[in-house]
Design a binder for this molecule. Structure first.
Ligand code: UD1
Length: 426
């Protein structure tokens, strides 16, 4: 197994190109299940999760071709997904267990094929993550749902019918699943209390380019007028606001100055506001967002919320920042239970953190000390890597496969702005 070895203490200066967003790319890839034509996605990041979903789509009968790479290794890839012939409607456990987002094939498959069977994703390191909202929403569109031997089977032999879906609370994945399914349902679907994340807007944009009739994406209520057929399209994946936010934290934490090339401020306003509260200087430039330090980092408060609130996917990185702030910070995790596993690892580096329920109080310390740490999930891993960038001596981040799920060429990007970071084999 590989690990990251980081020698802390260098201020980061320069430009980091931001990759295409993993969380936008995954649902976008599933749109190919809705049409017999080809869907080409540009600016796809090279990540383990993208490979896992490609394997699943392949298994279902989709052929995937890589378009000629343009712009060198740091430029995103273009892949064409040809779902002309779907010859299997079962998403097996062996693939689904690697990535929860595999559940996103359920809606499109049942909409086009009238049936789909997907392994239940099971537990997850960041708490119990059920899929009940996905299933209830599909039922509202006329699907019959059955559970058998760890699999969920959705059937709608006569096709899905438009309906009213009202989510009791916001779910990004359930909104995406139902948006794709409703695109091919007969009649009109309204989705109330829909997720408003930029990734939802990107998905609706792609679906509309395929001939769907979706209005309201990015708002609480989305309306979908179902169409009989969707056609192919070419769509560029939006920039990764979580990757950009993570490097923005690195700029402030290391007392550096980074231009996050391609980042869109409007997709990450809560992150930028919290950085400003913590003492960072944020400027929006033509080519991206610049974040630099203004001498010192001060304590801040953050509560995770659905978009446009402070993203749960930024919580671990900001906790690392809080560890080296002057004064105390209070961070509340309101989306996922059990998403504080990085706390004990940060403590190993010398952090002073007290957790009570879903709230962590972090008292900043002058100095973190390098140590071996164990990553537990994707964003927690990034929090630990960030802490390593400012800790004295050497920090080793083990279980690198978590980071490889979501950060494209992490060590290359960080090295190019001055970080001392190496990937080494165990
Ligand atoms: C997506 C993101 C993930 C991010 C999360 C919240 C992708 C691939 N992943 O995950 O990075 O952290 O949004 O912004 O885009 N829930 C239920 N029942 C359901 C569905 C969700 O109870 O059927 C709960 C979850 O356990 C969680 C909350 O709803 O507590 C929000 O989860 P959701 O927005 O669905 O997250 P994901 O789509 O899985």
């Amino acid at each position: 197994m590989e690990k990251l070895v980081i020698t802390g203490g260098t201020a980061l200066h320069g430009t980091i190109p931001i990759s295409g967003a993993k969380n936008a790319a995954l649902p976008l890839m599933c749109t190919c299940l809705l049409t017999e034509d080809k869907v080409t996605l540009e600016n796809l990041p090279r990540l383990a999760d993208i490979t896992t979903l490609t394997d699943l789509l392949n298994h279902l009968g989709v052929t995937v071709t890589i378009e000629g790479g343009k712009g060198g290794m740091l430029a995103g890839r273009s892949l064409t997904f040809d779902g002309h012939t779907i010859n299997d409607t079962v998403a097996p456990y062996d693939i689904v267990r690697k990535m929860r987002a595999s559940i996103l094939v359920l809606g499109p498959l049942v909409a086009r094929m009238g049936e789909a069977t997907v392994s239940l994703p099971g537990g997850c390191a960041i708490g119990n993550r059920p899929i009940d909202l996905h299933l209830k929403a599909l039922e509202a569109l006329g699907a019959t749902i059955e559970m058998e031997q760890g699999y969920v089977r959705a059937t709608a032999p006569g096709g899905l019918k438009g309906g009213r879906v009202r989510f009791p609370f916001v779910s990004v994945g359930a909104t995406e699943n139902i948006l794709m399914a409703a695109a091919l349902a007969k009649g009109t679907t309204t989705i109330e209390n829909a997720a408003r994340e930029p990734e939802i807007v990107d998905l609706a944009k792609c679906l509309n380019a395929m001939g769907a009739r979706i209005t309201g994406a990015g708002h609480e209520t989305i309306t979908v007028e179902g169409v009989e057929k969707l056609h192919g399209c070419t769509h560029a994946v939006m920039p990764d606001r979580i990757e950009a936010g993570s490097y923005a934290v690195a700029a402030l934490m290391t007392r550096g100055d980074l231009l996050l090339e391609g980042a869109k401020a409007e997709d990450m306003q809560a992150t930028l506001d919290t950085l400003t509260e913590a003492g960072g200087i944020v400027t929006v430039e033509d080519v991206g967002v610049r974040v630099k330090a203004n001498g010192h980092v001060q304590g801040f408060n953050a509560v995770t919320q659905p978009f446009p609130g402070f993203a749960t996917d930024m919580q671990a990185q900001f906790m690392a920042l809080a560890c080296v702030a002057d004064g105390a910070s209070v961070i509340t995790e309101a989306i996922f239970e059990n998403r504080f596993m990085h706390v004990s690892e940060l403590t190993r580096l010398g952090a002073n953190i007290t957790v009570k329920g879903s709230t962590a109080t972090v008292r900043g310390t002058k100095l973190l000390r390098g140590a071996p740490v164990m990553a537990t999930d994707l964003r927690a891993s990034m929090g630990l890597a960030l802490a390593g960038l400012v800790a004295s001596g050497e920090t080793t981040v083990n279980r690198l496969y978590h980071l490889d799920r979501g950060y494209e060429r992490l060590e290359e990007k960080l090295r190019s702005v001055g970080a001392k970071i190496e990937r080494v084999a165990d």
